[in-house]
Write a protein that binds this ligand. Structure first.
Ligand code: ADP
Ligand code: MG
Length: 250
């Protein structure tokens, strides 16, 4: 079982879009058994997969705060399983402030659950909060989505610092790859930032580029992944290609 966290503390860089569509690609095209864990109180990944976030019996908040077994929080979506999220996650940082070994809670819950999936994909919140720390401690690799715009690299140093610090708790933690999202190849700024990312991340930069596509932005409002919404769209082709790169990684 491979665990992948999709993280970047910046909002609106396509973490959720990448988590949902990479997970869906793995399930629908790769025929893998996939669990997606939504770790953002906004519950966008949950909604994007057609689930009603306000009807969830449990979220990961119950796992972290009340020792509810993780398996109890799993619900089935069309083609993959989901641990959903909603506003119940909002106050969790405060609630975990005094908890000893707070960073390890999700890792331990996953271990105890003895899950049988090929991939577990975690969609992180736009922060380096204790929830994101839990994801980074529980995961093997991190995929960082980045938009090729001014300030793209700003804040990335903090994420990389956090990842480096957390290798003390989770020695396996590494940056699996960086994916350029919402890419507009006609923009010189995008080309310049893209070259900067290639320079900075080298081999870690995925060859696949996710283009800006209205279809990718529309799909969530139908509760569908891009593969169910419009499987011949350029967004679907790009996420399929990203899946191939991810599957091909050692
Ligand atoms: P994050 O989870 O990092 O906050 P989202 O995945 O929610 O980011 O994406 C932010 C917004 O951009 C959403 O409205 C989403 O639908 C849209 N979006 C994401 N990827 C693309 C893309 N490739 N083309 C066009 N819109 C996109
Ligand atoms: Mg999101």
């Amino acid at each position: 079982m491979e665990i992948i966290a999709i993280a970047n503390q910046k909002g609106g860089v396509a973490k959720t879009t990448t988590a949902v569509n990479l997970a869906s690609a793995l399930a629908l095209i790769g025929k893998k058994r996939v669990l997606l864990i939504d770790l953002d109180a906004q519950g966008n990944a949950t909604t994007s997969l057609g689930l009603d976030k306000n009807e969830l019996d449990y979220t990961v908040a119950d796992v972290l705060l009340d020792d509810v077994p993780l398996v109890k929080t799993i619900v089935a979506s069309q083609h993959l399983d989901v641990v959903g999220a909603n506003r119940d996650l909002a106050g969790i940082d405060v609630s975990l402030a005094d908890v000893a070994n707070a960073p390890l809670l999700l890792k331990n819950a996953l271990k105890n659950a003895k899950l049988d999936y090929d991939y577990v994909i975690m969609d992180c919140a736009p922060s380096l909060s204790m929830l994101t720390v839990n994801a980074l401690v529980a995961t093997d690799g991190v995929i960082i989505p980045m938009q090729c715009e001014y300030f793209a690299l700003e804040g990335i140093a903090d994420l990389i610092d956090t990842i480096e610090k957390l290798t003390q708790i989770n020695p396996k933690l590494y940056i699996r790859g960086v994916v350029r999202t919402m890419y507009d190849g006609r923009s010189t700024l995008a080309q310049d930032v893209s070259a900067e990312l290639a320079n900075y991340f080298g081999e870690k930069l995925y060859k696949t580029v996710i283009p800006r596509s209205i279809r990718l932005a529309e799909a969530p409002s139908f509760g569908k992944s891009i593969f169910e919404y419009e499987k011949s769209s350029k967004g679907a082709i790009a996420y399929h290609q990203l899946m191939n790169e991810v599957l091909g990684q050692p």
